[in-house]
Design a protein. Structure first.
Length: 104
């Protein structure tokens, strides 16, 4: 769904450094499964907590949501949302995408 420990907002492509706070430590928890009553629809939710690896900075929190429908002949439709709430690094950010894929 996204880069490791990065979320869909893609704000942590390189390790952050703010004053005496360096690196990135991430705690994440996720839930995934089928949407009840719609066998072809799945969901994924991931919550993130971003902190400095050294130092005590809290960089922010994130949320990723995904819905994916695989019900049309070899076609997948997916919606993704990434949200980041800044604390001591970056600004708040939101990213969303919709895509259609066909498998041969």
């Amino acid at each position: 769904m996204s880069h490791s420990f990065n979320s869909l907002t893609e704000l942590f492509l390189v390790n952050p450094s703010v004053g005496d706070n360096h690196g990135l430590e991430v705690f994440s928890v996720n839930a995934a499964g089928k949407v009840p009553g719609v066998d072809a629809l799945t969901f994924l939710t991931v919550l993130y907590d971003y902190n400095a690896d050294t130092g005590d900075a809290h960089y922010g929190n994130g949320l990723d949501l995904m819905l994916e429908y695989k019900g049309l002949s070899k076609t997948t439709i997916s919606w993704r949302l990434g949200r980041y709430w800044a604390d001591e690094l970056n600004d708040d950010a939101t990213r969303t995408s919709l895509y259609l894929a066909y498998s041969f």
